[in-house]
Write a protein that binds this ligand. Structure first.
Ligand code: UGA
Length: 443
């Protein structure tokens, strides 16, 4: 029986010269495959999950990512992109193999490379001369060199080309990148990879493989540190009576500081910052060169989230109702993604649930995936979630949540307290409706 999903035939005449194989149809792999194809390359995206590939072929993506489905349809229709589950078959004809595989965190904070090495070992015997393996996954330092050592064919090149895609704006980040880092010891191989980024040559940054791997970790580490800083500043503002939004606005005007990643919030989360900062801290310790700022940023993030949980618990304890109702708005780790991995909302809700009794939690999120670990009601609409709520806690900055009017809360809620961890609501506007908006650093 042929279990291969129905892959459209590519007419020979329309085949561009660059045969790119993308291994992994997750968030990074799909975005990479679709965007490289949209730049003009011929791309096959392979994943060993048959149901995932079938579902993509039937027009249902495993992730929600704005703009991705439209571009996928366009590139498939133009015969630039196809999907398959047959890794070996497509390895034989590939000129470039992009590794976009999971590298989950291990208990000690380092990353599990088994997916990467398994694929590399499987395909290596089938690769033609001069094929280039391009690693996009976030990997421990020196992984490119370890992949190189596993090749028996000396003409196979290995390049580190880390991704800097934000979930929710991944297509845009790929097609309008701030930089494309290409780490290789060979200028010829590096240039061949650079040539795949058609029209984006001015964004290419060449370096050696280990420096490229380092750039990825340091970028995420630095950004996480910047957010930990502004969240700590928010708590300081509460202590001294300053307004964190005004303070952040003033800081951002200095071009040396800038406004990006200076938004206070419920602490950083997602599938990248927590994993990458832990890996960086663990590697730095292991190498005898600890990165104390990164370690403290992780600690500061945890304590910020614990403080938000304590604040909500304190407010819950003031309610005289037997079964206080808490409405939670937003579950995904940020807006425009359905991803709930290491979501601050879930982390803080777990802490709240541990410290309270008899509360009912009703949540609303327009897109977030289901979470099995918390016992709460998932409401079909924002209105239903806040109906009769004693406290509303806002975790994610979806437009729909940001645009909810004070009238709506005033009409629907039983209580009048809104904990706004994303600074979406105007305290003064809401005060007019007798609603008390509480945000760290604005009290
Ligand atoms: C992050 C990086 O931004 C990407 O460059 C990188 O490629 C990606 O990780 C990765 O390593 O794959 P992402 O995890 O999608 O992207 O999300 P971000 O937009 O960076 O946000 C991370 C967390 O910081 C979220 O919880 C977000 O709400 C929070 N955040 C971000 C703030 O609290 N304040 C800010 O000003 C910005």
């Amino acid at each position: 029986m042929n279990t291969e999903p129905n892959v459209p035939e590519i007419p020979q005449s329309t085949r561009p010269s660059n045969a790119v194989l993308v291994v992994g149809a997750g968030y990074v792999g799909l975005t990479t495959a679709v965007c490289l194809a949209s730049l003009g390359n011929f791309v096959v995206c392979v994943d060993n999950d048959k149901s995932k590939i079938s579902s993509i072929l039937s027009g249902v993506l495993p992730i929600y990512e704005p703009g991705l489905l439209d571009l996928l349809n366009t590139t498939v229709n133009e015969h630039k992109l196809s999907f398959s589950t047959d890794l070996i078959e497509h390895s034989k004809s590939a000129e470039y193999v992009f590794l976009c595989l999971p590298t989950p965190a291990l208990e000690d904070g380092t990353s599990d490379l088994s997916y990467i090495f398994q694929v590399v070992d499987e395909i290596s015997p089938y690769l033609s001369d001069d094929v280039i393996i391009v690693n996009k996954s976030t990997v421990p330092l020196n992984t490119a060199s370890q992949i190189r050592k596993r090749q028996s064919n000396p003409s196979v090149g290995v390049v580190s080309n880390p991704e800097f895609l934000r979930e929710g704006s991944a297509v845009n980040d790929f097609l309008q990148p701030s930089r494309i880092v290409i780490g290789s010891d060979s200028p010829i191989i590096a240039q061949r990879v650079a040539n795949l980024y058609i029209g984006l040559q001015d964004r290419i940054y060449f370096t050696d493989p280990i420096s490229a791997e380092c750039i990825k970790y340091m970028s995420n580490g630095f950004l996480a540190m910047k957010i930990s800083f502004i969240n700590e500043a928010a708590r300081f503002c509460d202590a001294v009576g300053a307004d964190i939004i005004d303070v952040a606005g003033g800081l951002a005007l200095d071009p040396r500081i800038g406004s990006a990643f200076l938004n206070p919030g419920p602490g950083w989360g997602g599938s990248c910052f927590p994993k990458d900062t832990s890996a960086l801290a663990a590697t730095a310790r292991y190498m005898g060169s600890p990165m104390l700022l990164i370690e403290e940023s992780i600690r500061a993030n945890n304590s910020h989230q614990t403080d938000i949980a304590k604040l909500v618990v304190e407010l819950v304890n003031r309610i005289s109702e037997d079964h206080p109702k808490i409405a939670v708005l937003g579950l995904s780790f940020k807006a425009n993604t359905d991803d709930i991995r290491v979501s601050p909302a879930l982390k803080i809700l777990h802490l709240i649930a541990q410290r309270t009794h008899n509360i009912q939690i009703h949540s609303y999120d327009p897109m977030a995936k289901q979470d099995e670990t918390l016992d709460f009601v998932r409401s079909q609409s924002l209105e239903l979630a806040i109906d009769g709520a004693d406290i509303v806690v806002v975790f994610t900055e979806w437009d729909e949540i940001a645009e909810a009017s004070p009238q709506l809360f005033a009409e629907r809620m039983r209580g009048n307290t809104i904990v706004d961890t994303r600074y979406l609501y105007s305290k003064d506007q809401f005060q007019k409706f007798n609603l008390n908006v509480i945000s760290v650093g604005k009290n």
